[in-house]
Design a protein around this ligand. Structure first.
Ligand SMILES: *Cc1c(COP(=O)(O)O)cnc(C)c1O
Length: 360
């Protein structure tokens, strides 16, 4: 990424871009083209809304945390008639209730959900949700997989998902600035009819530029795409199943380490990409000590969970030592230093057994 910045409309860069596109198709598990948008993850979320729907359409949004709320707000801003299905934060998504909610909207045009709701570190059963959407409605099923793809199993085509969005700064391990979006055939049909305002996010123009000229419609952030190509090549080399296994191993280790320290897992269906632990004291000050005294950055809770949970990200290039350093620091801060050797003995063998993405 720190190398020479190529011009984005050159044969040299076209090769990189084509490799990035095809790597993304593998991670998304789709034969459909994946579009790259210059913008953070929310850009692809907005692109999903404005390309799939028309003014006055009805949509069901699963709101299980902050990011679900973002999707509901976005759609409302564009004049979509949104029904929020609000689930208490961290609770297991009830599939029969999901089906019931969907049936209450006979004319539902689209269902939006997160795969992993990052604000609560909760994973949702999108494969089963997709089946329910297909069986009970004509609606398109769009998922925000930003904090799930590359960590949790996700097969866009096989599971019949109509739209998947992702972003560069989570499991793809590069800085924020790129987001990715793919549409099913049904979704492209809806795209052609959609009348919501769009200019930068017109995915038909993007697809045309990609497939006819092998370039992006607008200027490309060349270093980010170059980094993406590198990460995708490494993921392919290691194998996607092993990449996911690594996140899962880190997730299990994080939950077990937390348990030994007496910290409960917040979510009923915890994610392989991020873990939320309930803290006995203000998580904001714990987070600050971790950062200032130990150089370890984790996140606190947002909104209603502010001060109550710590969120530990373990997607992408997290090494065994990173997680151990976190638990060593946390045991010290919680005045349970004597527990750290137990944690280490318990989680280290599992971590060492999980394949590393970028060996040092
Ligand atoms: C990070 C994230 C986003 C995107 O946020 P941006 O700041 O726009 O990149 C959206 N949804 C989920 C679930 C996320 O974790």
């Amino acid at each position: 990424m720190s190398g020479k910045v190529l011009h984005h409309r050159t044969p040299e860069f076209e090769k990189i871009l084509r490799e990035a596109w095809s790597g993304l198709q593998q991670v998304f598990a789709t034969a459909q083209p994946v579009q790259i948008i210059a913008g953070s993850g929310s850009a692809a979320m907005e692109a999903a809304v404005v390309n799939l729907l028309s003014a006055g359409d009805e949509a069901l949004v699963v709101v299980s945390g902050k990011f679900g709320e973002r999707w509901a707000e976005m759609a409302e801003r564009y004049g979509v008639r949104v029904t929020r299905w609000s689930i208490p934060w961290g609770k297991k998504l009830d599939l029969s209730e999901f089906e019931r909610q969907l049936r209450l909207i006979p004319n539902c045009k689209a269902v939006f959900s997160q795969v992993c709701e990052t604000s609560t570190a909760t994973i949702h059963p999108v494969k089963e949700m997709s089946e329910i959407v297909r069986k009970n409605s004509q609606a398109l099923f769009a998922v925000d997989a930003i904090s799930a793809i590359g960590c949790a199993m996700l097969e866009m085509d096989k599971w019949g998902i109509d739209c998947v969005v992702a972003g560069s700064q989570k499991a793809f391990m590069i800085p924020a600035g790129l987001s990715f979006i793919a549409f099913s055939e049904r979704a492209w049909e809806a795209q052609a009819k959609s009348n919501l305002p769009k200019f930068y996010f017109d995915m038909a123009l993007e697809k045309k530029a990609n497939t006819q000229r092998f370039e992006t419609h607008f200027s490309t952030p060349v270093p980010l795409v170059t980094g993406l190509r590198q990460v995708l090549a490494q993921m392919q080399k290691v194998g996607l199943d092993k990449v996911r296994l690594r996140s899962e191993a880190l997730a299990i280790a994080t939950r077990e380490g937390g348990e030994l320290l007496g910290l409960k897992v917040f979510s009923e269906t915890p994610s392989p990409s991020v873990t939320a632990l309930i803290t006995p004291t203000d998580s904001g000050s714990l987070r600050e000590i971790l950062e200032l005294d130990h150089g370890i950055t984790v996140m606190g809770g947002q909104d209603q969970q502010k001060g109550k949970i710590l969120r530990i990200g373990h997607m992408g290039d997290i090494q065994d030592e990173d997680l151990l350093a976190f638990f060593e620091a946390l045991s010290e801060i919680l005045e349970k230093k004597d527990i750290f050797p137990q944690i280490k003995a318990k989680i280290l063998p599992q971590l060492q057994a999980a394949p590393v993405l970028f060996p040092r």
